[in-house]
Design a protein around this ligand. Structure first.
Ligand code: HMG
Length: 384
């Protein structure tokens, strides 16, 4: 049975900051941020947006009534959860008007969560071929104002429907994975912002990629000629480049040039949005599908979540992949965003709604929003 991604939806907030303006405000050479880090813009969520509202928006952009009726599983991968107990998935039931006979839960393992969700969805559909699964990656990446990580922040969500006979991507179920207890990046429960050993995290990421590629070649007698594209988790676009460069000189030059060209196509959207944490690999997939992909291509996907878990797996682009993504809507969303000044971004960054907050619906620009915090419970609404 062929199982994989049948549709992909995407959401990112309507405001962004310009990375050159951020560099100037931080007294940094803009080339460091645009070339050294490889970013152009960074999504800025409003205080009434969070992991729940962004997940609702990305899923809402693809779910039909027929999809809802056949859903049996809903998994949300996130490290930006709004509740230590209730899952992001449970909040989505009302917002997306989903039927109640669904198994649903949240997965956390830094940026690896959505990949764990996809593999679980694969197993679910293989046991329940008439059912579909919805896997959503949703996160707000925050390191804090004037920190080294600030330039690598971002926000957004990617939703994927997993089914048999998928239109977009067949998962080959060829996969290698590894876990190590590593202190490269963490966010304690008391903190809204992450802590990172930045340079160390880069080393671990590259080491995981190298180890997993060795393992993949051994396990499946594979060579680089089996793939035309490598997609990476993209915390910032230079990071994938660093991993790709480990192959330079070890594979034929024309193959390296092909992989580099395809990587550039896969990072176009991430340059515009920033780190989505667990959605980043899948934003790279979406970017590649819209900006470069050809049907029948074999992809190698590198998922990495700090802490740390890595997985390298292969997938095949399907004949009708373009019918499972609404490219015009994705491009419209990215192009119609508004630039926010650095001082406004800094003000918005400090706002944290407390118990008793009631949000004025007239001031809300997104379809789904946090409407109220009552008795310390977060309540959400859908804009008509
Ligand atoms: P930094 O110390 O500000 O930057 O931190 P740097 O000094 O290392 O410079 C960055 C690059 O810019 C260097 O290039 C410089 O040479 C270059 P590289 O050596 O890396 O190729 N540079 C310039 N280039 C052109 N013109 C110039 C110029 N000046 C310097 N004038 C760092 C950078 C990424 C470490 C920081 O932003 C950070 O800590 N970010 C957060 C951590 C992170 O993203 N780590 C990635 C791996 S871990 C991961 O992917 C998981 C994660 O997504 C979380 C999760 O799993 O949940 C983060």
């Amino acid at each position: 049975m062929n199982i994989g991604i049948d549709k992909i939806g995407f959401y990112t907030p309507k405001d962004y900051i310009d990375i050159v303006e951020l560099a100037k405000a931080r007294d940094v050479d803009p080339n460091k941020f645009t070339i050294g880090i490889g970013q152009d813009k960074q999504a800025v969520p409003r205080p009434y947006e969070d992991a729940v509202t962004m997940a609702a928006s990305s899923a809402d952009s693809i779910l039909t009534e027929a999809d809802k009726a056949s859903l049996g599983l809903l998994i949300v991968g996130t490290e930006s959860s709004v509740d230590e107990s209730k899952s992001t998935a449970a909040f989505l039931m009302d917002l997306l008007e989903l039927p109640e006979d669904i198994r649903s839960f949240e997965i956390k393992q830094a940026c690896y969560g959505a990949t764990a969700g996809l593999q679980t969805a694969y197993d679910f559909v293989s046991q329940n071929p008439d059912k579909k699964a919805l896997v959503i990656a949703t996160d707000i990446a925050r390191y804090g104002i004037k920190t080294p990580g600030e330039v690598t922040q971002g926000a957004g969500s990617v939703a994927m429907i997993v089914s048999q006979n998928p239109r977009v991507l067949k998962l080959n179920y060829k996969s290698v994975y590894m876990t190590k207890n590593v202190g490269d990046f963490w966010r304690p429960t008391f903190s809204k912002t992450a802590f990172a050993r930045g340079k160390y995290s880069n080393e671990i990421y590259v080491d995981f990629f190298k180890t997993l590629w060795e393992k993949y070649q051994t396990k499946y007698s594979a060579t680089i000629d089996d793939f035309s594209t490598l997609l990476f988790h993209i915390p910032y676009t230079k990071m994938g480049t660093k991993a790709l460069r480990t192959l330079e000189g070890k594979i034929p030059d024309d193959k390296y040039a092909e992989l580099t060209e395809h990587y550039q196509q896969s990072i176009k959207f991430s340059r515009e949005v920033g780190n989505l944490y667990t959605g980043s690999l899948y934003l790279g997939l979406l970017s590649y599908l819209i900006n470069g992909a050809r049907s029948g291509e074999e992809l190698l996907m590198f998922s990495y979540g700090s802490g740390a878990v890595g997985e390298l797996y292969s997938a095949e682009i399907q004949k009708d992949f373009a019918s499972g993504i609404v490219s015009e809507n994705v491009l419209k969303m990215l192009n119609e965003r508004k630039k926010m000044s650095i001082s406004d971004y800094e003000k918005i960054y400090q706002i944290e709604y407390q118990n008793g907050t009631i949000v004025d619906p007239e001031a809300v620009e997104s379809k789904f929003y946090l409407s109220e915090i009552k008795d310390n419970e977060r309540l959400y609404k859908k804009n008509k």
